[in-house]
Design a binder for this molecule. Structure first.
Ligand SMILES: [Zn+2]
Length: 183
């Protein structure tokens, strides 16, 4: 899991180096406090208490710039890796392992069901998915997202496929969220 904060640091450093997207001004650190929803597993939350964000230093602009994040996906503060992993597992392995996973992460079955619905409705019909799915031939099965997508990503070096997938999904962690295009 420590890999994810490191990737987020890279994404944040890149955004800060680029400067304010409105005026090109210097960006100062102005992180957001965050409280992940629906997650109560021990030790997981420590990596999710804040999200990297910047504020333009130029008087009269002062706009906020929040870089993409592999840990925070979508409008709601979901814990990226867990959302992908938990919903992916829901399609494959037995009911028993889903129950075990729920218990381990402190996520209720209801939360899992809600996440799964998000993938099959909001995500599957989004502009983001439309811009991404064309890269996969043959097509990724939309009905079994994100499990189907997880099996199709091409990992860079030795990184886990889950990390590759999160990097691919990072654009939807910023505005305009699911309206974003795949990078
Ligand atoms: Zn600015």
């Amino acid at each position: 899991m420590l890999l994810l904060p490191r990737i987020d640091d890279d994404l944040a450093a890149k955004a800060q180096a680029a400067g304010c997207s409105y005026c090109g001004g210097r960006l100062d650190v102005a992180d957001f406090p965050r409280r992940p929803l629906g997650v109560g597993g021990d030790g997981i939350e420590d990596n999710y208490v804040s999200r990297r964000s910047f504020c333009c230093a130029v008087e009269g602009c002062r706009r906020r710039c929040t870089p993409p994040s592999v840990r925070f996906l979508g409008r709601k503060v979901y814990v990226g890796a867990l959302v992908v992993l938990a919903t992916a597992l829901q399609h494959g392995p037995s009911k028993q392992s889903v129950t075990k996973l729920s218990a381990l992460l402190g996520i209720s079955r209801r939360t899992l069901v809600r996440w799964r619905r998000w993938w099959s409705t909001m995500f599957a019909t989004s502009r983001f998915w439309t811009s991404l799915r064309g890269r996969f031939v043959p097509a990724v099965d939309a009905a079994t997202l994100p499990a189907s997508l997880l099996t199709r990503v091409t990992p860079v070096d030795d990184e886990p496929p889950l990390v590759t997938l999160l990097r691919l999904l990072a654009p939807i962690s910023t505005r305009p969220h699911l309206e974003a295009s795949a990078s």
